[in-house]
Design a protein around this ligand. Sequence first.
Ligand code: ADP
Ligand code: MG
Length: 723
Amino acid sequence: MSIQRQKAIESAVNYRASETPVSSESHVEAYFGCNIFGDDQMKQRLPKEVYRKLQQTVENGEPLDLGIADVVARTMCQWAIERGATHYAHVFYPLTGLTAEKHDTFYAPDNKGHLITEFTGKELIQGESDASSFPSGGIRATFEARGYTAWDVTSPAYLIEGKNGVTLCIPTAFCSWTGDALDKKVPLLRSMQALNKQARRVLKFFGHEDPGMITPSAGPEQEYFLIDRNFYYARPDLLSAGRTLFGATPPKGQELDDQYYGAIPERVLAFMQEVDRELFKLGVPVKTRHNEVAPAQYEIAPVFESANLATDHQYLIMQTLQRLAPKYNLACLLHEKPFAGINGSGKHVNWSLGGPRVGNLLNPGETPHENMQFLVFCAAVIRAVNLHAPMLRGSVAHSGNDHRLGANEAPPAVISVFLGEQLTAVFEQLAFGGTASSRKRGVLNVGVDTLPKLPKDATDRNRTSPFAFTGNRFEFRAVGSSQSIAGPQVVLNTIVAESLDYVATELEKAPKEPKRFNAAVQKLLQKMIRENARVIFNGDNYTKEWRAEAARRGLPSAGTTPEALKQMETPETYEVFAKYGVLTERELASRFEIYREKYVKDLFIEARLCVSMARTMVFPAGVKYQQLLADTAASLNALGKNTCTTTLDEVDAILARLQRAMHTLEEAMLMPENLTVEQQCGYIVGSLIPVMNELRAEVDALEHVCSDEYWPLPTYQEMLFIR
Ligand code: ADP
Ligand code: MG
């Protein structure tokens, strides 16, 4: 066994969770939210009038009164310094999908040899940042590189405690100086505004003269892998690409189904407990933790929150998982497919919309009137998903997710909606009259008493649908585990806003008299369901039959990122984003550019890793084993025996193929010049990935036969089962 691999195993086996320090804090109530400058702190510390003005912005989306910034900054700074902070950082969310931050100290020289604290309203509200090193897809090329970050009042500032100090982090939006969005927060906030506006228009028709602010909510379920950190460091592919590029199938995988909800290993539980505690301090309401289906796979899920906050918190969850794992000698893998042949990781985003005055608009109501409203909102979502499926698919497209979507474990690459039997029956009866269901014959009538009580709970646990109604929300399951949840929500909010705009515009034409109005709603619902019924599917999304059926229904399907982006980049997509003020044509075009560039870069990193690992680790191990076999064969031959010649022939054949595959991949990596980034994507799908797969097949074949003593890489068995 290679020394590196041996050391990794020893260290992993000898690790004891009890070696990590235990926190003295025990009561969650005592520390929940202690590291945020949230509502409690603001109420306590800010002058009443200032607090009231801030609240108006936070709760009603009113513009921020800049006059109060200095007071807020002073107070926030004081609070942070009391808690040990020395620096502050505008945290922003660039298109890399990660967070970015630049730290500045609160202290400045007073010219008399001392320091004074200085944190002004201006510094709180706006920070300057050199945007040139962040992906901006062409926006940068035409304009100046300067970008600025702007305080997002609606997401509380928080403290990050480092080993040697504390930093005040201020969530911000990131724009170019011309006002172009360079990040994921700006379009999210814009899409929330668009949704709010259109939802309120519709609600007027259901008796809500002043429905208050309507906000989308998100509850993201994060899946992740944990493996011993020594294995992680011993694998260049995990280190640089986040996934194993090679690795033979282990004798035992997940076939026994003995992992899901199983007892959590001691070390992992200790880790989870600290993660929960740190997140509680940051006011992140984490709720669920459990083993997932694959070995070494786990899940963490918070209680849902309003979209913007949930998104910032989701970043903090990912960050905290990765920050704390090393403390337990673990590595947290957020990649969608760290191990071939083992379930990948997703991030189900549970999505709904509503407000304090109207409640959850996707909750079936008690009265026929409430149910009519529910059906309208529900139908609007169905229509949105059907008309704009390529946008949804595009919002989850990136190289990592390509390994997951379409495989038999995650939702397929065809976007459809699961409604459950009962709700489907209601919609069918509304739209087409009596159906197979047991309900009364004849067309259902909204707004009158014949409407049955609608399902309150998730009746069905269909796990195969990419977009499932689960009782009072939709669950978008195609989102990847490493992804920011901003993008998928931007799309959802925008397309549902478009759908609600359509509904409001139709209802504005309807007569006001209640009976006739109800009839108009009925007609509109019928039309919407009839026109969009093709997207509803309650069966098993993993089957071949569904793929064929989906094709018959004309539902788009995209198996790869380049295909998904291509299908998304249509004039209609540009129009929808522009119409609702979410992304201008230039902003959207730059995003497509960035996502394609990212795909190309990701794949070339993987290709280079494949070649270097094959050449410098795998091939030498194979040759060494071949030598051993050859030497042995020679000595045995002298004795008139030939016990190992068959194996030698096998190894010989694999090595010959392996060598060829390495060369083929190296040649394939010489991509023709002058290709557009879109053509580069096509080249990768057609010419690079297939040869990477061929190389992998040979490497894995070699692993199956090579002496364990020589094998340089931690195996699947070791990584997945030594905990
Ligand atoms: P499951 O694994 O059954 O899908 P979980 O409990 O793991 O359910 O996660 C469900 C997620 O959905 C949680 O984050 C929960 O807070 C969230 N959720 C519940 N109701 C809503 C809602 N109305 N809108 C958005 N998210 C919701
Ligand atoms: Mg779950």
